[in-house]
Write a protein that binds this ligand. Sequence first.
Ligand code: NAD
Length: 318
Amino acid sequence: SINRGKVVIIGTSNVGSAVLNKIADFQLASEIALIDLDMNRARGEALDTSHAMSSPYSTNIKIHTGTYEDCRDAAFIVITAGPSILPGEKPDRLKLASTNTKIMRSIFSEIVKYTKEAMVIMITNPLDVATYVVSTEFDYPREKILGTGTMLETYRFRYLLAEHYDMDPKNIHGYVLGEHGNDAFVAWSTVNCAGLGIDHLDEYFHFKERLNRHDIEQGLIQTAYDVINLKGFTNTGIAMVACRFIKAILYNEHTILPCAAVMNGEYGMKDVALSIPRMIAQDGIVRSLEVRLADDEMEKLSRAQKSVRAALDGAGVK
Ligand code: NAD
């Protein structure tokens, strides 16, 4: 039977270790198993985090290295294995498609030997390609495979817009949708700020210059590459995103968040995974919302579909 408190993290480098530590700090698990090709790294991370368990701030969580057998009773499997784009490289996650498609296939063929019940949280890039491959090539319930997708861009968007108006980003509602990557776009028709409406913010806050939507949209994509070039990788934001989804599932929240899954006819699309708003509860993705998009937003969604499909084709994925 499933151990509701058990998480398996696959890939324990920059991203996997950040996810481990946030899950531990937020007390979202009672047991965490770590798997990496480099088992020394996994062992080191398990020890380092375990050493914090005697602090009064910590809950005594059992953290250990594991094998794929640990998936048998896991409630969550978080996949962060495989390389990232590196500082100075061409800023496009889609170029990782061939390499990480192979890694996803090898990892998932192990997972399905042990479980079809765990919620799988996908983080490896290109996120939409990785999510599509594991969802379509393996006999695993699709509603239990959740790609973190544009939730991270949505957080980045809210941060940038809030910076612009000097306010708490949690006042900003609205979604970035499409590809996790260069074809993410702001669905401006969903954006609202403290009930004021995006069109009235400049006026309300007495801004002389009109908000430049294009700059915000470019900024939220570029800022990921800035982090990579400045510190070498991104890990903190995505770890928070992973925890947000885990909490939504653990607490059966029925909350609506943008995330990636294989499109099932929404907007007439089927041959890719992309992010749209989806309702998240204990069984995973319980509903996908075809929110009304403006014509230019629909065009951007189509562009995202084409680029993800091209990356899948390039990696030989049907
Ligand atoms: P990294 O290159 O530092 O680490 C990758 C780890 O995966 C290594 O420890 C490696 O040993 C391990 N690994 C490789 N193949 C494996 C396999 N078959 N089984 C088990 N482990 C394996 O990368 P990172 O900086 O930690 O990033 C990890 C992934 O997360 C990258 O694909 C990156 O692009 C992605 N990422 C996604 C988001 C997002 O928003 N979805 C954000 C940040 C990073």
